[in-house]
Design a binder for this molecule. Sequence first.
Ligand code: C2E
Ligand code: CA
Ligand code: CA
Length: 843
Amino acid sequence: MSGRRPSSRRSSDYAWLITGPLALFAMLGLIGFSIADDNWYHHWAGGLLAAVGLFASGLAVTNIFIRRQTYSVTITEIPLVLALHYLSPPMVILAVTVGAAASFLRIRMEPTKLFFNVANSAARATVTLIVIAALPKAEGVGPATWAVLFTAVMAGAMASHIAVASVIAVVQGRYAGQVALRAGLSALITAAINIAVGLVVLLVVDTTWWAILLLAVLAAALVFVFRSFTDFFRQHRTLAEVYELTLAVRDQAADGALPDVLLGRVRTLMRAEFSTLWLAPQGRHPEVLLTSRVDDEAGLFDISPTPVTVRDGVVRDGRAIAVGPQLEDTDDRRAELRSANARDLIVVPLRSGQTTIGTLEVMNRLGPYNTFRPADVQVLETIAAHVAVAVENSRLVDRLRYDAYHDRLTALPNRRRMIDALAESVTVQVEAEVVAVLLFDVDGQRTVNESMGHAAGDKLLAEVAERLRGIAGPGALVGRVGGDEFMVTLRAEGIDETLELATKMRERLRGPMAVGSLTLDVDTAVGVSVYPDHGSDPETLLQRAELAANAAKALPYGVQPFHPALESRAVRRLGIAADLRRAIDNDQLEVYFQPKVTLADRHVIGVECLARWVHPAHGEVAPEDFVAVAEHTGQLARLTEVVLTAGLRHCKLWADADRPLSIAVNLSARTLLDSRFPDLVQELLEEHRVEPGQVTFEISEPGMLSDIERVLPSLYRLRDLGVRLSVDDFGTGASSLGYLRQWPVHEVKIDDTFVQGMATDTGDLAIVRAVVGLAREFGLTVVAEGVESELTLGLLEEMGCEIGQGYLFSRPLPFERLEAWLSAQTEPESTPTGEVRRLRAVI
Ligand code: C2E
Ligand code: CA
Ligand code: CA
């Protein structure tokens, strides 16, 4: 058992500490014995025969495995016994040296090991010969000779094992040496049996040399039986181990420890120096290359000794490649193997269906006498089949897990992941801290998609994602929770700090972004909700942040915290479309009237007609909401007709009663896109016999601006009918007074937000003053809506605003209550055009 693997773990150079003395010892032995016997070289033919015999026996090594232990069985003692009996000592040393060297060369042992083993064989022969020389000389083949030979050969075997243990101790450490020494015991038993067999052979051969023929037959039969026996054991063992490995692979695949477990086991099972797993890159998964090496507890390497050309060949053909002394292969492959400094190699593909997803590789069967055999290829292929399934499954699970929680376009966590993260954050409650949800809604994303294509839209989103990731601090989690919605969640001191932070982040997000050859100005609207103020569960928090973001779009500073009014509106809008249709069909919409008053002489000159709807279940619905619903469900024309009709009917009644009041009806810009609308107006005017000048249409400024080119034709036709046109909510749009001159309008209605703010906010006051001044310069009537206080009224009067409307005078009222209000709060005043209601002096 001369060839246990001295590994290069420390340094194989240390092996010379043992090899050198052994070689010197054998050399001295050879010289000493040849001086004592000067005719020794006459037996050169016998020496040659012995060398051949020793060479052959050196190759006839069989490994047997008993309880996971490998035992190498050699038969070198048999020819040695014969050689010792028939040849002179120097010839024995030479024959042993040549025979051993030949057999070690045959199995391509690496040089360090080869030198040691050859020197060790020669030294062993020398020890044996010295013991024989020291013992009394025995003649013939009787028991005396047996005793001498047995003692001497056993002494040589022991010396040899001590040398092997020493070299292992020197190269691999003391512990390994002790293990080797202990293992030597079984080798000594083998040696003893071999010696006995050798003596029997000697006896038989001594009788007649023809006996060699009989012995050859007997040996062949024994070898056959032995082989079958070990094959049976090996198969049994391999099956059991493959099964165990399969179980291990299945259990480990889910834990991500698969490579470690797999490679370690494959290496042991295949008794290889190296085992390697290579996985081709696949989608998001990078290439994997991991190697396990025997005796290396440091873990796996991410390199592999396998020649890349071999692996490429396996991937290309999808078939295993096995190179080694006992394997079929080509000279090219052998050359590759040599250049990789390897003895033998098996590379098998890992297949998923028809494609090769990777390879499983083993290199260098352990034990100097062993190489991989065709059966080993099959074993590795069986393992590979199991591994491929496990790898596929783990990648699949991995991919599913990843995809389930990430957005493909930006690789950010997706909505599900963000909700989970939020759920986790809210469980950790910290005093004086809130969990904030910031929802960034990308402005104009849809326009980019529609005008530049989805690829451009995707680029824009990726860019926003990138910026947001850079802006958000280390404590913040960024995700994509909708088409153009990004969410950031973080902990903050309170809602005010959160809003401040949201404003800063929005500012930093802004700025031109290059999308293809174009540069886009990107802006976001930010909705903010915080835990615990705005909800306790993650879904609610996110929904409320989305609601707030929606509202933020209308704000110039673009950041809006959640407040309950936002919600009631949105919730109600859902599912009332059908109810609204029914309400219009069944004439359940009501129209309220809110008076308009001239500020100079307090005359009630008209009313604004405002639609009202009381939902059977939800109660009163805000006009903004049902108007929006009507707009989105194609019911706007009917809604407008209902209000206009009601207005005209009452207008006619007031005119007939000789106290005329003009009516104002709100229009959506969308209504003006309908080219039949002016015709309808004309019809209704004629039907109700109302003077066109008594009717004003109010169109909100932002709506008008959004599509002025297409709205203008209707505006001109309406003006030509003789009705009056008013720019409603003036100031909330682009607020460019220049437009007013170009549009065919008669009136400007300053939005109530400015009117309500003017008493306390000098900015609002300045705006109102400017609008009033310019409108008058352009010859337009100015109406201030939302007059709630006397202070406001005084200011408006002072700056020359003509008409006011607001709660200070009256809320919008149903027809009968308006009549009552008129009777109670106003008194008739006769004018040339008829009776006018004048507000009593209270105001
Ligand atoms: P708007 O045209 O700006 O209408 C004025 C709104 O201000 C009315 O709200 C009115 O009730 C309210 N208002 C009047 N005076 C005061 C005041 O002193 N203080 C305060 N805080 N508010 C005052 P309303 O009736 O809720 O209508 C809201 C909006 O709904 C209207 O804004 C208008 O844009 C729309 N709308 C109402 N009826 C119709 C309609 O028949 N057709 C269309 N297209 N839109 C309508
Ligand atoms: Ca209005
Ligand atoms: Ca308004």
